[in-house]
Design a protein around this ligand. Sequence first.
Ligand SMILES: NC(=O)c1ccc[n+]([C@@H]2O[C@H](COP(=O)([O-])OP(=O)(O)OC[C@H]3O[C@@H](n4cnc5c(N)ncnc54)[C@H](O)[C@@H]3O)[C@@H](O)[C@H]2O)c1
Length: 460
Amino acid sequence: MDPKSKIMKLSEHDLIESIQTGNISICVIGIGRIGLPTALSFANSGLSTIGVDINPKLVEMINSKIFPLKDEPGYDVIFDEVINHNFHASTKIQDVVPNSDVIVLSLPTPMDDNNVPDYSALLSVGKQLGELLTKDSLVIIESTVEPGFIENDLINIIENSEKKLVAGKDFAIGVCPETANPGQIMNDFEKLPRLVGAIDDHTANVIMKIYKHVFTVDLIPMPNCKTANAVKLTTNVFRDINIAFVNELAILFEKVGIDIMTVLEAAKSKYNFQVHYAGPGVGGPCLPVNSYQMINLAKKMGFDTLKSVETGRIINESMPDHVIDLLHDAFDESKKSLENSNVLILGISYKPDVKDIQITPAEVIIKKLKNLKANIFIYDPYFKSTNVFDLQTESNLIEALEKSDALILVTAHKEFHNLDPIFLKSKMKNAIVIDSKCIINQQAAKNSGLVYRGLGRGKI
Ligand SMILES: NC(=O)c1ccc[n+]([C@@H]2O[C@H](COP(=O)([O-])OP(=O)(O)OC[C@H]3O[C@@H](n4cnc5c(N)ncnc54)[C@H](O)[C@@H]3O)[C@@H](O)[C@H]2O)c1
């Protein structure tokens, strides 16, 4: 059987016909948070798709028809429709790649303990592709990488295998950086324009045809891979720096007695102000990593520093300390000691309404509290009765409140938006509340008798 269509050699007419009749085969390598919805979208568009992952448990789960991303609405339905029809998962990259026309890479690109970008998954798969790619196949990288990585590193490693494949001649390569937001991936896949960059115009055209069929969103052609990757990084680094800006203002305004939320709400009325919100830090697999990717690029280019980005990182990484300062202040007001007290962390996800704790500021806050000898409890609707950060999480919010002297609201999950100060006061032992996302009404908190500190809010 040769399911391959030699996609890069098809005429425009045959390419479109092959796509519309589902006559090209796709493999998505890395079927995690982004790769699985991507693979499901390909399958849902009628293209025969296989997801490849090194995690055998994940592959087994998927092939047993268990959908692993419970917090991605909409994809559960698609999963049920396509699983074991034109989609399944595999751990065997060596079987799948040679039979695929299009190889999409959605591999992780984290950073190491020294904040240096870690491209080892892409490089390891790149090495395998050098042995496994067959002539005229197409590789598309969706992972977030720094500009130049595809041209200088990935293509090199693919070409330097025994097969001595040459990019642009034996195989085609391009990028379509992923920009979706966890928790709303379906919405973003249906609405967000996507960037397409490639090694040459023909490759870009083939990618555009496929993605237009699968995603139906606007596609923005980029002159090459590195520009597309630069756009992706620029949008996220912009957010990281702007959050640092409001975080710094938040700390200043606390001292002056100005409420950052009141300022931001009013500032939004100015047409060219784009609002960002203060908080306990910036986490997740994207923003912090993308800033360090940009810094890494600058270093490679001989820059000593990338001042705005590095300063932003310093500010955002200092926010857990500020949260602890607020807690100390509240304990001082209560004339109680933080040591040996019970502190409840409300929300550990790095952002609201998703089950994801990658680089979450909650972890840093918890580590600092442990050093201060506080007893820590965690309640998060996405992590009930499980072990996280070496702690057993709570399953019941009321029971968790009843044993707590203080709480720190870290993640503004929907479930926490209607927390009533009177209710908190009636349940908690000491009723200290640190609201790092300013979602509790400060006046109501004061009236209820809570010892309340809001990040970016002066005392009232
Ligand atoms: N999660 C996000 O919010 C988000 C948004 C946009 C872009 N991105 C980017 O998308 C990429 C993927 O991120 P993610 O959040 O989906 O990561 P993830 O960790 O959820 O998924 C990655 C998957 O790749 C698998 N994997 C790792 N090494 C492998 C290998 N050698 N061979 C096969 N499979 C392997 C892992 O087992 C995992 O299932 C990253 O570059 C990330 O920066 C992520």
